[in-house]
Design a protein around this ligand. Structure first.
Ligand code: NAI
Length: 642
């Protein structure tokens, strides 16, 4: 047992830590003078040119070609601020405090005696912002404006070291702090403190800006305050800094997705192409989140090497390229974008229905051959025709709504009980639907039992002169039988976007029995391929991944039990993934009880392979608890969210 007196002596012997923090682009996301220019020059006709001059003067002050004092003077002259502008600036800056500073408010409150703000900026806008975080007025060092009677800035306190070159060093010398000094900032003047020997360490803060020249000089690069606190074993509201979570995005996922993942604070690496199995086996060892599209094969062998992997995002609809069973057994949650291109498929279906009803594919071909055939025969409106939708899921049901809007009468058949939208009529059997429809549109999923669900018998059941669309899966239609019925005129037209055999790349040739048949539209599986759909996917998948990392929520995961969780407030969240065998929940709760922990909320869901238990606790816990939870038999993964 540690003796109280020894503990006290030890803590007295430990050097006190002082934290020197820069204001512009560190405490806040922006340079205050840039924000001030937007306010004081708001209606100025030459605002753009003046802002450029201000930027040049800032750089000249930084690179030494102009003294800091002269640079300040000239910039203030251009800005001509007054008290009202400064009041507005404070409001703007209040909303621009760096995100990691905002979430670590308790660090400032708990260490307020030891946190110093040292800035070449001005008290008038720094004090109101930082004091809201508990930083003491006497610990804020900055310049002071001079005002005239009208409240206009007419100058500043030129005796202040912070308006001169090397000013931060001078200021720190005067402070003479009796302990270890850590400097956090984004600029050269912050590094100078370390260079002068007055600080133990300089942390280059890159949450808002990255200046290459100082990154090389820094003891550590800290993409957020979380990282600084984590490195120094100080209290942090985040259990693990996000910049330590490695994200690998392959196959040129949409830039919006890359941006969103970076904004979340993850350490993101991007690859334009996919990786082979061997390359991925090597690369995956350090990856916590993997993003792929349809080409990258995430095999059991890849997953064997993926010991840090928590989640996979498929930036597409299908997940056949991922070994979902192996992922589940390793406790890796998989997310995709099941609805992001629904609308695109529906629009193409509508377009094809109209084109086929008008016999347009044949008319296009004839026109390209120079043949003019103006005639209304075999051309119909879609208004009032019966549309039979097979598979009333995301796509089928949306097609139902749009087609009805165009005046079609909608009939649908689904193996599951589905609510009829609008005035759609539900059919009790596929046969019933096929017998009534003028147009049949297939939107079933790709389960193997759906292979050739439309064969010779079903084609016979359809009305003579029917139009058939398949924008779902290639294996759903027996193409041989379809060809016969197109040639004998029973099927008047068809639109096929998907095929049992599809080329793997654009370089491979396409072949189908349907090539060259009359009134047939063939498209290369592009029902969902629009730029809007790509962008929707780029928003949807990162949201799912971040939610999983931040809250443990597995809503719409393809392989994990789906749990939608409330946002965690004032509690710790324990996330336990285990093999689905009896008794694990009881063991979790007994470990919690043995540690005297009261459960604030608990959520459990299982699938065939895994159990997913979330337990919210509102008490400080002993680090031993984590060890004990991890060693519960059948545990696959365990993590704690603060
Ligand atoms: P979904 O899963 O929301 O809906 C499928 C529906 O089909 C479900 O309601 C299911 O109960 C029903 N179903 C399954 N088998 C059936 C059967 N034998 N008879 C009647 N109903 C049956 O799927 P979603 O998102 O609507 O997609 C539909 C199809 O479209 C899928 O096969 C998907 O792969 C495909 N798709 C094609 C695209 C393209 O580019 N052409 C793009 C997006 C999806």
């Amino acid at each position: 047992m540690t003796c109280y007196i020894c503990g006290l002596l030890f803590s007295l012997m430990k050097p006190t830590k002082y934290f020197i923090i820069d204001f512009d682009s560190t405490f806040t996301k922006v340079e205050a003078f840039d924000a001030l220019a937007d306010i004081s020059l708001k209606d100025h006709p030459e605002k753009k040119a003046i802002k450029k001059q201000i930027e040049d003067l800032t750089n000249q002050g930084m690179d030494g070609s102009l003294s800091v004092r002269e640079s300040l003077k000239q910039r203030l002259k251009l800005l001509s601020p007054n008290k009202s502008h400064l009041e507005q600036l404070v409001v703007v800056l209040r909303g621009m405090v760096s995100d990691s500073f905002k979430r670590n408010r308790t660090f400032f409150e708990e260490n307020n005696g030891h946190v110093y703000i040292i800035s070449n900026g001005f008290h008038a806008f720094i004090d109101p912002i930082v004091m809201e975080y508990g930083i003491k007025k006497e610990n804020i060092f900055a310049n002071q404006f001079h005002f005239n009677d009208k409240g206009e800035v007419i100058g500043f306190d030129e005796e202040n070291p912070l308006s001169s070159n090397n000013g931060k060093v001078e200021q720190l010398k005067q402070l003479n702090l009796p302990g270890d000094v850590y400097v956090i900032g984004d600029g050269y003047t912050d590094y100078e403190i370390k260079h002068s020997g007055l600080a133990n360490k300089f942390y280059a803060f890159t949450e808002n800006v990255e200046r290459d020249s100082i990154l090389k000089k820094a003891d550590h690069i800290t993409p957020s305050l979380d990282e600084f606190l984590y490195l120094n074993n100080l209290n942090t509201v985040i259990s693990y800094p996000k910049n330590r979570i490695n994200v690998l995005l392959l196959e040129s996922v949409h830039p919006v997705a890359v941006k969103l993942m970076k904004e979340e604070g993850f350490n993101v690496e991007v690859y334009p192409a996919g990786l082979t199995e061997d390359e991925l086996c090597e690369k995956i060892a350090n990856v916590s989140i993997l993003g792929i599209r349809s080409k990258t094969q995430v095999t059991a062998k890849v997953l064997e090497n993926a010991n840090r992997l928590m989640a996979i995002g498929a930036f597409c609809i299908g997940t056949n390229q991922i070994d979902l069973d192996a992922a589940s057994k390793k406790g890796i949650a998989v997310f995709n974008a099941p609805f992001s291109n629904t609308r695109s498929v529906v629009e193409l279906a509508i377009a094809e229905i109209i084109m086929l009803m008008r016999n347009l594919p044949d008319k296009f071909a004839k026109m390209h051959e120079g043949s003019w055939n103006k005639s209304a025969s075999n051309s119909f409106e879609i208004r009032g025709k019966n549309l039979g939708i097979v598979g009333y899921g995301s796509i089928g049901s949306q097609l139902s709504v749009l087609a009805e809007g165009l005046g079609m009468k909608v009939f649908y058949y689904d193996t599951e009980e589905k609510l009829a939208l609008g005035n759609a009529t539900k059919c009790k059997s596929l046969k019933e639907l096929l017998q009534v429809a003028d147009v049949v549109s297939l939107h079933v999923d790709g389960r193997s039992s759906n292979r050739h669900m439309i064969g010779a018998q079903e084609l016979d059941q359809m009305k003579k002169g029917v139009i058939l669309l398949n924008l779902s899966r290639g294996h759903v239609v027996d193409v041989k039988a379809l060809k016969e019925r197109i040639l004998d005129g029973h099927i008047r037209g068809c639109g096929m976007d998907v095929f049992e055999e599809e080329p793997i790349s654009n370089d491979e040739k396409f072949a189908s029995e349907l090539c060259g048949l009359p009134n047939v539209i063939l498209t290369p599986h592009i029902g969902g391929s629009t730029l809007e759909a790509q962008e929707n996917i780029a928003h949807f998948v990162p949201n799912k991944l971040s939610d999983y990392i931040n809250t443990g929520s597995t809503s719409q995961s393809v392989n994990f039990p789906n749990l939608v969780l409330p946002i965690l407030a004032n509690a710790h969240r324990l996330i336990h993934i285990h093999n689905n065998v009896p008794g694990v929940l009881a063991k979790i709760n007994s470990v919690l009880a043995d540690n005297g922990i009261n459960i604030a909320g608990q959520y459990l869901k299982t699938t065939e392979h895994i159990g997913y238990v979330i337990t919210d606790i509102n008490k400080e816990y002993n680090k031993n608890l984590i060890k004990e939870m991890r060693s519960i038999e059948h545990t696959i993964k365990f993590r704690v969210l603060y």
